[in-house]
Design a binder for this molecule. Structure first.
Ligand code: HEC
Ligand code: HEC
Ligand code: HEC
Ligand code: HEC
Length: 182
């Protein structure tokens, strides 16, 4: 009878330990999941980008910039939609694209040189990223045959994006030239 009790007791204790062990493992798992979730939530709060959230859910062509930007040199350098287009990437509705938020929208062909040149002809700004990158493209553009014709009202000529692309193709189309130059 005693032996049986002891055996039962041992079995019971072992069982209790197993339950306790399983409970501890579950606790740790819950903790890890919670920490990951909390970490993700914090990261989202630090870098909200409603431009990306909303545009990725829109039909073509409005969603294409989101995918394209993943391989864009501007994104690689930490820039995002608002750096080019302006607007407020913390607002999850159309007010994010309000002119009073500095929104520039989609530039017309005739406005593209100034749109890109705003940064690329700003020596002090560009030096923060790459001191050796030339900043004369806008000036050179206006003296080129394309620039001359654009000035005279012909907007079928090549602008910056005709050669470099935009939303991702910039880097791809550009790399071979860089390698030759380097
Ligand atoms: C809640 C959804 C939503 C958010 C947030 C949003 N957009 Fe849009 N965006 C749209 C829709 C819908 C259109 C197409 C209709 C229109 O032009 O208003 C559009 C159009 C655009 C266009 C083209 C405009 C044109 O002139 O043809 C650009 C550029 C753009 N968005 C950039 C941005 C940027 C940059 C942000 C973040 C600051 C942003 N969007 C935030 C829904 C959104
Ligand atoms: C390097 C500057 C730059 C960045 C960064 C950039 N865009 Fe653009 N975007 C442009 C230019 C320039 C055009 C006009 C292209 C053209 O006319 O061919 C444009 C056009 C658009 C259009 C209009 C597309 C169409 O076909 O009508 C939308 C929408 C847009 N951008 C959204 C975005 C969103 C969303 C992001 C961030 C994920 C973004 N852009 C990042 C420069 C930029
Ligand atoms: C908000 C400022 C800004 C705007 C607007 C902008 N860029 Fe840039 N661009 C940059 C920065 C910063 C770099 C990274 C330079 C580096 O670190 O090498 C860059 C890099 C580039 C490069 C690659 C240069 C290299 O390293 O070989 C090209 C090409 C380029 N941009 C073209 C464009 C075109 C075309 C437009 C207009 C559609 C445009 N950019 C608009 C800031 C800008
Ligand atoms: C007719 C085509 C064409 C047009 C238009 C054009 N580019 Fe370029 N761009 C090139 C080529 C080709 C290169 C040379 C690549 C190289 O030498 O590394 C280049 C080089 C660049 C570079 C890198 C500079 C370097 O030496 O590494 C930047 C930035 C740039 N362009 C921006 C612009 C901007 C901004 C505009 C509009 C104002 C523009 N480009 C217009 C074709 C063009």
């Amino acid at each position: 009878m005693r032996a049986t009790m002891a055996t039962d007791g041992t079995a019971l204790r072992t069982g209790t330990n197993r339950v306790a062990g399983a409970r501890a493992v579950r606790c740790i798992l819950v903790l890890v999941v919670w920490m990951l979730a909390a970490g993700g939530a914090v990261a989202d709060e630090e870098a909200p980008n409603t431009c990306v959230t909303c545009h990725s859910a829109l039909p073509e062509p409005l969603n294409l910039p989101v995918e394209g930007m993943k391989s864009d040199i501007h994104a690689t350098k930490g820039l995002s939609c608002v750096d080019c287009h302006g607007g407020d990437a913390t607002l999850m509705d159309a007010t994010s694209m309000a002119p009073e938020k500095g929104f520039r929208g989609k530039p017309k062909p005739a406005d593209i040189p100034a749109f890109c040149g705003r940064c690329h002809s700003d020596g002090a700004y560009m030096r923060r990223f790459n001191p050796r990158l030339p900043t004369g493209q806008l000036e050179q553009y206006w003296t080129s045959i394309h620039g001359q014709r654009l000035k005279n009202g012909d907007d079928k000529v090549a602008t910056c994006v005709s050669c470099h692309g935009v939303h991702g193709r910039i880097q791809d189309s550009h790399r071979p030239g860089r390698e030759v130059q380097a």
